[in-house]
Design a protein. Structure first.
Length: 724
């Protein structure tokens, strides 16, 4: 017993003797009620007062809270949202007028007076992107049940909202139409102003109706709050008087007996490990409390010691895990693990063994002893099979075995005798991944040992790190082999495709040459049937040449980039493609409608971009029935940085379930196959590859039986953007 404990005991004994000599000195004026009874009464009183005060406040504030909630969550946000709609529409109106005036000035060659077309387009686009969501927010707030319970008000609001939505929709239809016009007809402009006045009037009507509701709510809330304040003030005053009186009575009767316990607790809170409560002073409850406090103090000291040890082990676990992760190979990780765990637990011996990895028996064993350090060896094949069975059983069970005595007995440890080394107590932890065990980590002492949960968790944590290290090494090895095989297969495939494509061109050139000789009559005159057969051969030769060129182009695009890039006039490109496809369209009876007035170039390979337009027009003409129409349009995007080429037809369309496969090589839609429309399934693949190689985007939309629309978006040449 320490000196402080002895001093405390002597002081307590002296006080007891003094109390026996003069009992009236420590006699209190407490009535017969026990501490428990006093606290029970005080708690009951407080509970009753709190419940009464809460009921009064709840009754008084219920309506106020409901109206406040309506004001803050529905009415106020609805008014703000409606004003946002107004601001957005004003911005859109101003941006549209500025854009039309500036655009008309540019087309007519008149100075724009400093008007920025791009800024107007940006403002207009922002407003167009916002107004629908803002209208939806207004409708959502005003249609909520919390806004009003009056059916007439709800019907009035529904009519006002419908009026505003219709006015806004009508104005946006006018705005879309205004962008496509090339003049500013006064009557047309006046109609737009009238539509916008309707929007403003509808918006103002909605705002006025919301303001009326908001002002009514404010009046009701003010009156309710004033009445609630009066009621709560009276109830609080009564509760305060009652609680103060009864609380003083209870506290006065308890402070004396509990003062000593308070001082003891303060000493313990200050970190003293020698402060103990006196168990022979005070009432029965106080003595019981003192005995419980002393028991808790003893438990706390033990827990603090154990927690400090567990924290030290956790820190060691993190440091050792980091070193294992940074180890160069699995053998080095085993050495670090067995040595680090053995030293941290003050053990006598440790072993780490890998029995089987990747279907191969290893038997690698790293052994550490306090005197000799680390040594590596391999378990003989005969002993390894028995060890593997033990490791599998341990992995399928608890995966951690605690042996506090008798570990040296045969069959207890899953290790050969030379690795176990005669340990008496041990912690055995298996490691692996999934259902596959890799090995076991064993830490032991030459004497009996009572292992703690912190020590067992420490060994299990390091064993888990070893399992991850072995698994990572296996994954890295397998990934390296897999990547190497994939790279080799890819090189072989590319080489085969390139070789076959080039080899096919040689006989095809010879075929085309002899076809020309036959058609020119060098081998004699041809009959009508022979000429027809030669025409069939020539068409298929052209198809074969196109297929070979597509394969070669796809193979080149895989290498990335574009060759011979230059500034390409989009309008000229579209005109040339239309002239090239005009005979085919005329022969099939398809109307070819082409219009291009962008006036800006794009940067790229002229031949490849021409191939894009040719493939798109060819597909459209091929799949459009006689009498149908194929449209090709170009326009500059509203952001001013790209050119869009839109090709649409009135053909058979593409089934919705098959559209996601359109850009797969050699894929053809089922309806095209049934209709026996010729094709290779490479046209759109080539188009997509060329567009993306030029930094553009390709979008396709199609409806079966209606037609298909393809949009190609290409970035404008940098020089053209700078001039703009």
């Amino acid at each position: 017993m320490t000196n402080s404990r002895r001093a405390h005991r002597r002081a307590s004994t002296a006080r007891s003797h003094r109390a026996r000599r003069d009992p009236s000195r420590y006699r209190t004026a407490l009535p017969a009620l026990s501490v428990r009874a006093r606290l029970t009464l005080l708690t009951a009183l407080f509970a009753v007062l709190v419940v009464l005060g809460g009921l009064i406040a709840a009754v008084g504030l219920r309506d106020s809270l409901a109206r406040t909630d309506r004001q803050t969550t529905v009415v106020g946000p609805a008014l703000d949202a409606n004003r946002d709609v107004e601001d957005t529409m004003i911005t859109a109106q101003s941006a549209l007028r500025g854009y039309l005036v500036a655009n008309l000035s540019l087309r007519s060659g008149v100075a724009s007076g400093g008007l920025n077309v791009a800024e107007f387009r940006r403002q207009y686009g922002d407003a167009q992107a916002r107004y629908k969501s803002e209208l939806q927010r207004v409708d959502s707030l005003l249609s909520r049940a919390e806004y009003t319970s009056d059916p007439q008000v709800r019907r009035d609001l529904e009519g006002l909202r419908r009026r505003q939505n219709d006015a806004v929709a009508a104005w946006w239809e006018y705005a879309q139409l205004a962008q496509s016009r090339f003049d500013l007809d006064p009557a047309f402009v006046a109609s737009g102003d009238a539509l916008f006045e309707q929007v403003e009037a509808a918006n103002a009507a909605v705002s006025d109706r919301i303001v009326v509701e908001r002002e009514a709510l404010r009046r009701e809330m003010s009156e309710t709050i004033r009445e609630t304040q009066r009621q709560v003030l009276v109830a609080t005053l009564i509760a305060l008087i009652a609680a103060t009186g009864f609380g003083w009575w209870t506290i006065h009767g308890l402070t004396g007996p509990l003062a000593r316990l308070r001082n003891t607790c303060r000493e313990q809170a200050d970190g003293s490990r020698t402060a103990w409560a006196a168990e022979d002073r005070g009432a029965r409850e106080v003595r019981e409390l003192a005995r419980g406090l002393n028991a808790l103090t003893a438990t706390q000291h033990a827990l603090l010691d154990e927690q400090a040890y567990a924290l030290a082990l956790a820190k060691t676990t993190r440091e050792l895990a980091r070193r294992i992760q940074d180890a160069g190979d699995v053998e080095a990780a085993f050495v670090l693990a067995v040595e680090g765990v053995g030293i941290s637990l003050a053990a006598d011996r440790g072993s780490c063994m890998v029995s089987r990895v990747g279907g191969v028996d290893t038997g690698l064993c790293a052994t550490w002893t306090r005197r000799q350090g680390v040594a590596q060896s391999r378990v003989p094949a005969a002993a390894l099979r028995a060890v593997q069975d033990d490791v599998r059983r341990l992995w399928r069970g608890d995966r951690c075995l605690l042996v506090e005595a008798g570990a040296g007995d045969d069959g207890v440890l899953p290790l050969p005798r030379d690795c176990a080394g005669g340990v008496e107590a041990a912690i055995v932890a298996a490691f692996g991944t999934g259902d596959t065990p890799y090995g076991v980590l064993v830490i032991g002492t030459h004497h009996a040992q009572c292992w703690t949960p912190a020590q067992a968790g420490f060994v299990q944590g390091i064993a888990a790190e070893l399992g991850r290290a072995v698994a990572a090494a296996e994954v890295a090895r397998a990934r390296s082999e897999h990547v190497h095989r994939l790279e080799e297969l890819d090189r072989q495939k590319d080489g085969f495709l390139s070789t076959v494509s080039h080899e096919l061109r040689t006989p095809l050139t010879s075929i085309n040459g002899y076809l020309e000789l036959l058609e020119d009559g060098d081998a004699g005159s041809l009959s009508e049937e022979q000429a027809r057969m030669l025409a069939v051969i020539e068409r298929n030769a052209v198809r074969l040449r196109g297929l070979i060129e597509d394969l070669l182009l796809i193979n080149r695009m895989r290498d990335g980039g574009t060759e011979n890039a230059e500034a390409v006039d989009v309008d000229r490109l579209v005109t040339d493609a239309a002239e090239e496809m005009a005979p085919l369209a005329k022969a099939k009876g398809v109307l070819l409608d082409v219009a291009s007035m962008t006036g800006v170039p794009v940067n790229g390979n002229r031949a490849q971009l021409a191939r894009v337009l040719t493939n798109l027009l060819s597909n459209s003409v091929k799949f459009t029935p006689p009498g149908g129409r194929v449209r090709l349009r170009t326009l500059r995007a509203i952001d001013g940085g790209t050119v869009r080429i839109v090709c649409s037809d009135e053909g058979m369309g593409i089934p919705a379930a098959e559209q996601e496969k359109l850009f797969t090589r050699f894929f053809r839609a089922s309806n095209a196959t049934r209709a026996e429309v010729p094709g290779t399934g490479l046209g759109l693949v080539v188009v997509k590859g060329i567009v993306e190689a030029h930094g553009g985007r390709l979008q396709l939309s199609s409806t079966e039986g209606v037609g298909t629309t393809v949009v190609v978006e290409l970035p404008i040449s940098v020089a053209a953007v700078n001039r703009a």
